[in-house]
Design a protein around this ligand. Structure first.
Ligand code: FHN
Length: 432
């Protein structure tokens, strides 16, 4: 008996090490994610009909029975998955992340778990996620499903959290049944739509101290699709089993939004951003960011070693607003000529600065000058020898004077329409 106990004790560390080991296919998926740099976020649901964003149910205190009538009117006949994915392809994103279910609890996919879904509960009767999954596969884009853990509709979302308290639900429910419901839906999403990029979770912040049974849910996902990434928008430092650290409306480590953590871990990073000021379709929100701002954000995200997940909120008819399309296409156009300084790069070697950021691929360093009016720019020494310097798009040589204190670049003058003056530095390790 003592020998058996000794044997078990000897085996235990190996078992727990195996549980913590990330399999090769998921590590490869994380590297793919890091390389992709740009994703398209889509918030679309029955709420889009009211044109007041995806929080309209909560913000206007709409009770469930009234809100449910939105489903019977939802018929986005102009939705065309081929067009959406072609747009994504044209603008140079590597992935799409779309709301499969938002906080209003309405499933934008066919599910056996509830009739409150787009196929069984609307005159549309089509499954847009299936159509998107098929098109993404054809056009070589990865698909992630956004899945809200918070639910303003389900009777078993109990005890309730910070939100969803004015929906007319009984003050009772079975939390375990709710968790089983979610796992059941996730199983459907992971088994019926082909290989996914991953699941993008949101809403745990509604009940930060609840037992979300994460280990079970995360194991389910990784068992069903070993290379699917788990991207949790819980606004905290990453937990075991998660693959990406995502930040909302903020670059990694910043917290202007007021709910992001400022601690940055070792996982791949992402930052999600609205193209105007709303996630879901908002008819009165005309505060679209300029193309210059969007490109600047994409570049600053890359310089922070993060992907940009840029959001659009399609209209209730299934089309994407022209103001959004125009800006997305302009970003895509810019990427066609400047993308080599963004895609497959990593942030640094110089930490982000007010004037701009740096990215690098191997020994090639890209200096992104975003906000600097002068001809001379001094950057700190980063431990390598600069062997050549040129402008990215023109190949024009750039004088780079290296001294003990750093490197001074003589930049060509900035033209008014140039968002990012990019200097390409060839470097080699400094001889010892
Ligand atoms: O409440 C949601 C919001 O509607 C939207 O989905 C964003 C996207 O990052 N996340 C939540 C807030 O953290």
């Amino acid at each position: 008996m003592p020998r058996l106990i000794a044997l078990l004790c000897a085996l235990l560390p190996a078992v727990s090490a195996a549980q913590n080991t990330v399999p090769a296919e998921r590590l490869a998926a994380r590297e793919w994610f890091r390389d992709a740099k740009f994703g398209l976020f889509i918030h679309w649901g029955v709420y889009s009909q009211l044109g007041q964003g995806e929080w309209v149910m909560e913000n206007r205190g709409i009770p469930i029975d009234t809100y449910e009538s939105l489903a019977s009117g939802f018929n986005p006949v102009k939705f065309n998955a081929k067009d959406w994915v072609a747009l994504a392809k044209d603008i140079g994103v590597g992935y799409i992340t779309i709301t499969a279910r938002h906080h209003d609890g309405f499933s934008m996919f066919e599910t056996k778990a509830t009739p409150y879904n787009i196929v069984n509960g609307t005159p549309f009767r089509r499954d847009p996620l299936r159509e998107l999954a098929d098109e993404c596969r054809k056009q070589g884009i990865k698909l992630f499903f956004y899945y809200s853990q918070l639910d303003w509709h389900h009777p078993d979302y109990w005890p309730r959290g910070r939100t969803g308290n004015a929906t007319g639900r009984a003050d009772a429910g079975d939390w375990t049944r709710y968790l089983d419901f979610m796992d059941g839906q996730l199983e459907e999403l992971l088994t019926r739509y082909g290989p996914l990029g991953g699941i993008w979770f949101d809403g745990m912040w509604d009940k930060p101290n609840a037992d979300w049974r994460l280990e079970k849910t995360y194991s389910l996902i990784h068992r069903l699709q070993p290379s699917a990434l788990i991207v949790p928008n819980h606004h905290k430092a990453p937990l075991p089993g998660e693959d990406v650290q995502t930040f909302e409306q903020d670059l990694p480590g910043a917290n202007t939004a007021g709910f992001n953590t400022t601690s940055i871990g070792a996982l791949p990073l992402e930052t999600s951003l609205t193209i105007n000021q709303s996630w879901g379709f908002n008819i009165t929100d005309r505060k679209f960011k300029t193309t210059r701002e969007l490109i600047g954000y994409l570049v600053r995200a890359a310089g922070n070693d993060a992907n940009l997940l840029l959001n659009v909120g399609p209209s209730p008819d299934g089309t994407i607003q022209p103001q959004a399309v125009e800006r997305l296409r302009a970003v895509g156009e810019w990427l066609r000529s400047h993308g080599s300084s963004v895609y497959k790069t990593r942030g640094g070697p110089i930490p982000p600065r007010p004037w701009g950021v740096t990215t690098h691929r191997g020994d090639t360093v890209f200096v992104h000058v975003l906000d600097w009016q002068d001809r001379l720019l001094s950057i700190p020494d980063f431990g390598a020898q600069v062997t050549g310097a040129r402008m990215l798009t023109t190949n024009q040589p750039v004088e780079a004077v290296q001294s003990a204190g750093g490197i001074t670049l003589s930049l060509p003058p900035a033209s008014a329409d140039e968002v990012d003056r990019i200097v390409v530095l060839a470097t080699r390790p400094r001889p010892r």
